[in-house]
Design a protein around this ligand. Structure first.
Ligand SMILES: NC(=O)c1ccc[n+]([C@@H]2O[C@H](COP(=O)([O-])OP(=O)(O)OC[C@H]3O[C@@H](n4cnc5c(N)ncnc54)[C@H](OP(=O)(O)O)[C@@H]3O)[C@@H](O)[C@H]2O)c1
Length: 392
């Protein structure tokens, strides 16, 4: 509790977008798990909706309510000035996110989001990393299922391997779950922005310092049957491998020559083929604006899987790490990845930044770099499995 300072800001944590699907789950998690004395608030654009949410929370009287709208940059600056940590669920981030990152970078406020949009992460790096380093703000993207289990899972796996030698890690993701309107809108939006995504990645490469004296690579693996996990492995071109790459670049512990490959793991070949075909069809459909709008409309913002459906959902990410004559098999696992566990990861990351003693970092940083072991321990204590399955 030593880091709970009554100091300069009225709130330790402000949750922006608290009235959305993941926002509500995160508010409920914080209400149930925030330590005594934590000063926190829910924020959004609709006062009535926020007050109704607050009234449903336990110990509601202690939770502040703040109004802000992404269309009103002044309201975002005010929000950033009132908090030590701002956690936002207001996506799609490439459409709604930039002004809040700017406000937090400027105010020296730690910032967390749930983006899985690589274009957004690259744009905010180019625009706001330097300012955040000046003010000391930590800008931590992808604090949900994208990309916490992968980033911290690789960090945990590397920790089981020898130091100072070349290391390779492969990650194999399996999930059984459904998704929300907000996630569908973000995914379709990303699929339609291939050109902008490549341009943002190029712009980032122009700004980012080159890694000197070490090598880090995240090649796209080829589809194959992976005997080590007993499943078909399909390259997974999500933001996760990029986040892992940035952690590996920032942390010498990943060794002089580090390689990570990221896969979806599917037990049965027909399911693998069907899955690839379904994603390809969705990517193609997203290129046609009226079709994209119709698909988006099938799940409204604020809608998502029921509590019963979420209770049956699960995820498992298996890692195979090798180096210095040692091979290790690890696993990160939990319940509903997209919502219940995402809300848990997001809330615990906010608590970790607000309360824990962490390495001194600033600017755009990953969960492994900013919070590494402290967040892993929090998540373990909250029921997410991090285990070594075998090693030799
Ligand atoms: N990384 C992951 O693993 C992961 C998992 C789940 C979700 N996500 C991402 O998280 C985001 C939220 O998902 P969701 O399902 O919770 O979406 P949602 O239910 O549609 O919620 C969106 C939130 O944004 C708010 N909002 C929209 N426009 C706003 C504006 N102009 N000013 C202020 N607030 C505004 C909404 O407020 P109102 O209530 O007033 O409309 C709502 O609180 C999406 O981008 C999704 O892709 C990521």
């Amino acid at each position: 509790m030593s880091r709970l300072k009554a100091a300069d800001r009225p709130y330790d944590i402000v949750l922006f977008g608290a009235t959305g699907f993941v926002g509500e789950l995160t508010a409920e998690y914080l209400a149930a798990h925030a330590p005594e004395g934590l000063r926190w608030a829910i924020a959004g654009r609709g006062e009535d909706k926020l007050r109704r949410l607050r009234d449903r929370l336990p110990a509601a009287a202690d939770v502040g309510v703040l109004l802000a709208d992404v269309a009103d940059p002044d309201s975002l600056r005010e929000l950033a000035a009132q908090a030590r940590v701002v956690a936002t669920t207001v996506g799609p981030y490439v459409r709604h996110g930039d002004a809040l990152v700017a406000a937090c970078a400027d105010a020296g406020t730690d910032y967390l989001d749930l983006t899985g949009e690589p274009e957004f992460v690259d744009l905010t790096y180019v625009r706001h990393d330097a300012r955040a380093r000046e003010t000391g703000a930590r800008l931590v993207h992808a604090c949900g299922f994208d990309s916490v289990p992968h980033d911290l899972g690789v960090h945990f796996t590397v920790g089981q391997l020898p130091e100072g030698v070349p290391l390779t890690v492969d990650g194999f993701v399996r999930v059984g779950a459904a998704f929300s309107g907000g996630t569908l809108a973000s995914a379709l939006g990303q699929f339609a922005r291939g050109r902008q995504l490549r341009a943002a990645a190029l712009e980032r490469r122009r700004h980012e310092p080159r890694l000197v004296g070490r090598r880090v690579a995240t090649p796209t693996g080829a589809p194959r049957f992976a005997g080590e996990v007993g499943a078909w492995a399909l390259p997974l071109p999500t933001v996760d491998a990029q986040i892992v790459r940035r952690s590996a670049k920032a942390l010498d512990r990943y060794g002089p020559d580090f390689r990570y490959r990221h896969y979806a793991a599917v037990r049965r070949l027909p399911v693998a083929v069907g899955g690839v075909a379904a994603v390809a069809a969705l990517v193609a459909a997203a290129q046609v604006p009226p079709v994209r709008r119709r698909l988006s409309g099938r799940l409204a913002p604020g809608e998502g899987p029921s509590a019963e459906r979420r209770a049956r959902s699960w995820f498992s990410v298996r890692f195979v790490g090798e180096g210095g004559g040692r091979k290790v098999f690890t696993e990160v696992s939990g319940g509903d990845p997209g919502y219940d566990e995402t809300a848990k990861m997001f809330a615990e990351a906010a608590l970790c930044l607000a309360l824990d003693t962490l390495p001194v970092t600033a600017g755009q940083v990953t969960t492994a770099v900013a919070m590494g072991e402290a967040l892993t321990e929090r998540l373990r204590a909250a029921g997410i499995g991090f285990r070594v399955a075998a090693s030799r």
